[in-house]
Design a binder for this molecule. Sequence first.
Ligand code: KIV
Length: 275
Amino acid sequence: MKNTAATLMAQKQSGEKITMLTAYDYTTARIEDECGVNSILVGDSLGMVMLGYENTLPVTMEDMIHHTAAVSRGAENAFVVADMPFMSYQTGVRDAVINAGRLVKEGGANAVKLEGGAEVCEQIRAIVDASIPVVAHLGLTPQSVNAFGGYKVQGKTLEKAQKLIDDALKIQQAGACAVVLECVPAKLAEIITEKLTIPTIGIGAGAGCDGQVLVYQDMLGLNTGHTAKFVKIFAEAGRAMREGFKAYIEETQQGSFPAEEHTYKIDDEIIGQLK
Ligand code: KIV
């Protein structure tokens, strides 16, 4: 059965941990969905892991719709959340509603995610009023990388920790159905999780959140660069891919691929009659 915002809420209430993974294409979404992940996030991290940009800032609405539509076709049961890209909602409430609507109408998303606290509450309220569930995103919000001066743990001072709590309560009040907490100290994330009635989904925010999310390329060991402290590699898919690609190149070069069993047959009689 298709998961909804209500499913995630029920999981918080029953204490069943919420599982969320990113996906950006049909095949990955189908595999994750078959494995039983509760929710799939079409993150604007696709800017880095799919398109090779340095950060998420260049990602467009067209990129997000294209990838969200592919994921939606592969996600039978998972709740599909699509990221609103940089400058698709910061520019005002009207832009936010129009762009959230496009992610649902053209991309088939079940919900949208946007970054920020008090400053985006008007947008959250308006999108929710348009009957589109909104997942908020607090802590390390990658679209603010230039303002933060890098990817750093957030909420470590009293003032900043208190602001995160206040922001979490405000986005809940504005109607968000869940919140992603990224790179937040575990104890602070636990306090926020206790104070909120909506689920918290952590990435680098410890085990006290109601659920977890990871970028699938990170947790499958597909990335070659720096790995963040919060990433656990659950399977060495990158190694398996390299082995497979190398074996294909070697066997093709040697002529052992394709073998008899990979080829189609034709009657010798027909071959004999060819001019
Ligand atoms: O874009 C993304 O993948 C995200 C996750 C890191 C939560 O926002």
